[in-house]
Design a protein around this ligand. Structure first.
Ligand code: 13P
Length: 249
């Protein structure tokens, strides 16, 4: 049985003080919740302060991106080592907004995963198809390509640190969620691919999160699917009361 992971991706929202207000409330809400892992992904500017506030708490801290390079002359970039030093335990990699707005390829994503692992952070690797890809019957091909090119070169010994988030692009910020059955079908497919590459036991232990318009009303049905092990929440993770309802699904 995989311990469910509920993560909030704040995207480009919240100042340092807004982040700290959220976290002080969230820390109260998670007291006694040992059967699930809660993770928050503030913007870069709030990571250090939030990391300091979270010291001793079970809440994970994720960055939303990192550089594929180790260090050096890369103006504006943030390295894995810097993020780990700021208190990050996790890092979101290959979010569809990074892929589409910033042109991140599967090759770049693979390099970023490697950097995160070297610095001891758990990558939350996002994959998912667009509406055109789904409607033309290419969902499974797209997912297979993203996994093959982005994830297949990870060492077997590292696979236990990986978290996958299936986020159908058409469900992100759309108020339109994949049905639990649609999501469950793709999650099952992802697990099968990972089993073919890494074997049964690592695939069985791999957390596969769902993301795309998750809210307090649909979280229960999504989590009832056998291959859904948690959620990556966007908009509904910005308000601590709403997020509190999601984490206590
Ligand atoms: P929404 O929950 O706002 O659809 O965003 C999902 C997402 O992109 C999380 O990474």
């Amino acid at each position: 049985m995989i311990r469910p992971i509920i993560a909030a991706n704040w995207k480009m929202n919240k100042t340092v003080s807004e982040s700290l207000d959220f976290v002080s409330r969230l820390m109260q809400l998670v007291i006694g919740m040992n059967d699930r892992q809660v993770v928050i992904a503030p913007p870069f500017t709030a990571l250090y302060a939030v990391g300091a506030a979270l010291k001793g708490s079970s809440i994970g801290l994720a960055a939303q991106n990192l550089s594929e390079n180790k260090d050096g002359a890369y103006t504006g970039e943030v390295s894995a080592r810097m993020l780990a030093d700021a208190g990050c335990t996790h890092v979101i990699i290959g979010h569809s907004e990074r892929r589409t707005i910033f042109g991140e390829s599967n090759d770049v994503i693979r390099a970023k995963i490697s950097m995160a692992l070297q610095s001891g952070m758990q990558p939350i690797v996002c994959i998912g198809e667009t509406i055109e890809e789904r409607e033309s019957g290419r969902t499974f091909d797209v997912i297979a390509k993203q996994i093959k090119e982005g994830l297949n070169q990870i060492e077997t010994s590292d696979i236990k640190h990986i978290i996958i988030a299936y986020e159908p692009v058409w469900a992100i910020g759309a108020g339109k969620t994949a049905t639990p059955e649609q999501a469950g079908e793709v999650h099952g497919f992802i697990r099968k691919l990972m089993e073919e590459r890494y074997g049964e036991e690592p695939a069985r232990r791999l957390p596969v999160l769902y993301g795309g318009s998750v809210n307090p009303d649909n979280i229960g049905k999504l989590m009832a699917q056998p291959d859904i092990n948690g959620a990556l929440v966007g908009g509904a993770g910005l308000n601590v009361d709403t997020f509190g309802k999601i984490i206590s699904f």
